[in-house]
Design a binder for this molecule. Structure first.
Ligand code: C5P
Length: 405
């Protein structure tokens, strides 16, 4: 890590004193540190000690003309190889998760194009509270890295998770973030499909389905966070793309197929889109009118191309081709047959029958998956779609590590 540089954001918490030791340990390893001290952070450590240890001036004011003329806040956020937030308070996590930027620290966190590593520190109840859990989930799926917090007695007298990781643990996480060159899938190209397709009946009506795109977007985000170069080919959905993915928006199944083929060759392809199996044979060029006396129109359907099966047969077949199977009965047996029939390497099968209250996996936030490969079958517990995406990416990483050795 010698010769690298870190932008350290020091938030307001009793653990801020450990940030001073972190700066010293980084200096010992030849890492240069610039520091942003939040106004709450300055209640716990002084700008003078931070400046003395970094050997640099301390940045704290978004609207300081002197700061801006020396080094603008955007440049400050990008000059380092890694941004480290220690202590990461509930406030800083919440601001980044929500996209708020009302001071130098939060602005730099949003503006940076470098990886972010957070070392959270807060009271155990705060750490376990639903809003902090939600923000943690969001930040993880945005690719933010975390170290800690650890368990133990806290300054406030309570006991449990919330203690900031020790400086040497943070150093180890910094080293991993700096030497991974962005992650274990670095150098691999991934293609992900997501969302529904819309098959027009006329210029204003279409056939579609309830797919929200959440699972596919989470997978694209997790692949990008692991360092892959990700193209996300998406049908119409209402969610924002994850950072660092190349989003290609399409409408129909045939457009989706063309967009996928244009992305080949690829190392990894995850086909999570709910592609319409059929489309209206000849969409009307003008609006189909409901004129009195006219018969109810009939819609003739024709079959859409199967994107997964087409890529499986392509001369440019992705090295690892993964499909989904949404089933309502005999989930594993049907999915296993589908894997073989479509020529995929792995199938992620899930039960999409509605629960007792009519909720289905489609559109929801949680998923229960069976991973089916040529040799193995494994059932995962129910988990959030973001966690399922990360678990899938762990399998993908292992697969490429094994095939390379
Ligand atoms: O046959 P079924 O729709 O259940 O297959 C699901 C899998 O096949 C998913 O991975 C889906 O993205 C893919 N698929 C496709 N093109 C289609 C239909 C499904 O790529 N026309």
């Amino acid at each position: 890590m010698r010769g690298k540089s870190v932008l350290l954001v020091i938030g307001g918490g009793i653990a801020a004193y450990k940030a001073l030791e972190l700066i010293r340990r980084l200096a010992e390893r030849g890492v240069k540190t610039r520091a942003i001290l939040t106004s709450a952070g300055a209640q716990f450590v002084t700008p003078l000690s931070v400046a003395a240890l970094t050997g640099n001036r301390v940045f704290s004011d978004l609207f300081s003309l002197t700061d801006e003329s020396e080094m603008g806040h955007i440049e400050l956020s990008r000059a380092a190889d890694l941004v480290v937030v220690a202590p990461a308070t509930a406030d800083l996590m919440g601001k980044l998760a929500a996209g708020l930027a009302n001071d130098l620290a939060s602005t730099a966190l949003i503006a940076t194009d470098k990886p972010i590593l957070m070392a959270p520190a807060m009271n155990v109840r705060m750490w376990q509270s639903p809003p902090v859990r939600r923000n943690l989930e969001t930040l993880k799926s945005d690719g933010v890295l975390f170290v800690g917090p650890g368990d133990g007695e806290m300054a406030c007298g309570e006991f449990g998770p919330g203690r900031m990781a020790e400086p040497l643990e943070i150093i180890a996480a910094i080293e991993a973030a700096l030497t991974n060159h962005g992650g274990p899938l670095n150098g691999l190209k991934a293609l992900v499909t997501a969302g529904p397709t819309q098959e027009p009946l006329d210029p204003i009506r279409f056939l579609a389905n309830r797919s929200s795109g959440k699972q596919g977007y989470a997978i694209a985000g997790a692949l990008a966070a692991a360092g892959a170069d990700v193209a996300l080919v998406s049908g119409p959905v209402e969610i924002a793309p994850p950072p660092h993915v190349n989003l290609i928006k399409v409408g129909t199944a045939r457009q989706m197929l063309r967009a996928c083929e244009a992305q080949l060759p690829a190392d990894i392809a995850v086909m999570s889109a709910a592609v319409a199996d059929w489309r209206p044979e000849s969409p009307a060029s003008g609006k189909i009118k409901k004129d009195d006396g006219r018969a109810v129109p009939e819609i003739r359907l024709v079959e859409n191309p199967d994107i997964l099966a087409t890529l499986a047969k392509s001369s440019n077949r992705p090295r690892l081709l993964i499909g989904f199977a949404a089933e309502t009965d005999h989930v594993r047996a049907h999915a296993s047959a589908k894997r073989a029939r479509k020529g995929a390497d792995w199938i992620l099968a899930n039960d999409v029958s509605a629960d007792g209250e009519g909720r289905s996996v489609m559109g929801g936030d949680r998923n229960q998956i069976h991973l089916i490969t040529v040799e193995t079958e494994e059932s995962w517990p129910e988990m959030s779609k973001a966690d399922a995406a990360r678990r899938l990416v762990q399998h993908i990483v292992r697969h490429f590590q094994e095939t390379q050795t």
